[in-house]
Design a protein around this ligand. Structure first.
Ligand code: SF4
Ligand code: SF4
Length: 81
């Protein structure tokens, strides 16, 4: 299991399920990703698993993961309604 720094330790989905209000969703380019795990470490809602899968049930679309990714492997894509 990947070890995480104690920047914060929210429980999964600390803010509850997202529902339909998210405007952007993160999409990971697995070709660019080097599996460093920073996105999972910085996600404030712990919505990225140790296997680096985004749980869209809890992702709020804040874009922090994309901002912190050193490989620019995460694109924030507008949700289609
Ligand atoms: S921060 Fe970027 S490079 Fe690192 S695991 Fe996440 S998507 Fe991959
Ligand atoms: S967009 Fe925000 S809530 Fe969603 S996975 Fe990235 S950091 Fe977590």
């Amino acid at each position: 299991m990947r070890q995480r720094l104690a920047l914060s330790s929210p429980v999964p989905g600390a803010c509850g399920k997202t529902g339909s209000w998210r405007v952007f969703r993160p999409v990971v380019d697995k070709e660019k990703c080097n599996q460093c795990g920073l996105c999972a470490m910085y996600c404030p809602d712990q919505a990225i698993s140790d296997e680096l899968e985004v749980d869209l049930g809890f992702c709020k679309g804040c874009g922090i993961c994309a901002n912190e990714c050193p490989k620019k492997a995460i694109e924030m894509v507008r949700e289609e309604k």
